[in-house]
Ligand binder design. Structure first.
Ligand code: ZN
Length: 329
């Protein structure tokens, strides 16, 4: 388990400080709900908190060198348990939760804390959530449960209300860009990459490594073809559905927003670029078509995880895109 890297993510500092203060007075929370969008380092933070609870150095931060820290670093600490969704599964299984509860109920192997981490807690089904309600209500001594979920999580209120909540927010763009420049050999325009990733530096870095730099060129070209009507919609939908559809949709949303803004002039802010923010009569047809495309893109993102048919949804969206862009020309 890598818990030392949390120290190199400066935007986690306030959260770390808060937990340090709790640890200093022996008041670590029994259950903690970390709300975070992907790419902000919530997993690293959960690992760091685990190490903070288990470290045997008596210092105000995990030392990295005591017996407990060394066991953690080699993924063999008997009092650390991590549950995450199994590959190809749609939900965290009840059995995984039962095993975790059992482990947390047993006596600590090393005489200190026992820490359970549930990554992607929104993937708990109702049975799984109910299974550990009792653990939350009657926590055994020196037990800590950390759940990581998206801010839009669908965790039952009975669970969420029993946890201390901490919400991770993206760092200020300047801080994120400084961090990206220091952590990547590439000299690309990080502000655009960050915007695509909703300000999440780790995600921007990951995507850049995965070849995100080429996406801009490819998508610009595709938009040109879409406007000309020179691209096969169903082939295009197929290729988007196969690779990074959400990233492409995020790119599209940014692109449309910039376009709407350039049509409306600088007076309109990004936030008010909602159809309801403008009197319908004032909306020119071409702008209305762009807004419809923007809505379709947002809906796609919202429903992408619900098992909808991506191919069909993308075809509909791209057909709308061809109309909107064709109008514009
Ligand atoms: Zn230690």
């Amino acid at each position: 388990m890598d818990f030392l890297s949390a120290d190199s993510l400066p935007w986690l500092l306030p959260a770390q400080q808060r937990l340090r203060d709790c640890a200093a007075v022996q008041r670590l929370p029994h259950s903690l709900l970390l709300l975070s969008t992907p790419g902000l380092g919530a997993e690293q933070l959960a690992n760091w908190i685990t190490a903070l609870a288990l470290c045997e150095s008596g210092e105000a931060h995990p030392c990295g060198g005591c017996a407990s820290c060394l066991l953690l670093r080699s993924d063999s600490h008997p009092d650390s348990h991590i549950v995450r969704i199994e590959e190809d599964a749609l939900q965290i299984k009840v059995d995984q939760i039962r095993d975790l509860i059992e482990a947390l109920t047993l006596k600590s192997y090393r005489g200190g804390y026992k820490v359970g981490v549930i990554e992607g807690a929104e993937a708990l089904n109702a049975n799984g959530a109910n299974a550990f309600l009792k653990t939350l209500e009657e926590p055994t001594q020196n037990t800590m449960l950390i759940m990581i979920a998206k801010p839009s999580h669908r965790l039952p209120a009975t669970i969420a209300s029993r946890c201390l909540r901490m919400t991770l927010r993206p760092p200020a763009p300047e801080q994120a860009i400084a961090w990206l420049k220091a952590n990547s050999p590439s000299a690309q325009d990080w502000s655009a990459a960050l915007e695509l990733c909703a300000g999440a530096p780790l995600l921007a870095l990951e995507r850049q490594i995965a070849g995100g730099a080429d996406l801009e060129t490819e998508m610009q070209k595709t938009m040109g073809q879409l406007a000309e009507g020179s691209v096969d919609i169903s082939l295009l939908a197929d290729s988007w559905a196969r690779s990074d559809s959400l990233l492409r949709i995020a790119w599209l949303e940014n692109w449309i927003t910039r376009r709407v803004r350039s049509h409306l002039g600088a007076a309109t802010s990004l936030q008010s670029a909602e159809p309801v923010g403008l009197p319908a009569a004032l909306l020119k047809a071409k702008i209305r078509a762009l807004f419809e495309l923007l809505d379709a893109a947002r809906d796609f993102r919202r429903f992408a995880s619900t098992g909808m048919n991506q191919q069909l949804a993308l075809e509909a969206l791209l057909l709308g895109g061809r109309t909107a862009l064709g109008n514009e020309a």
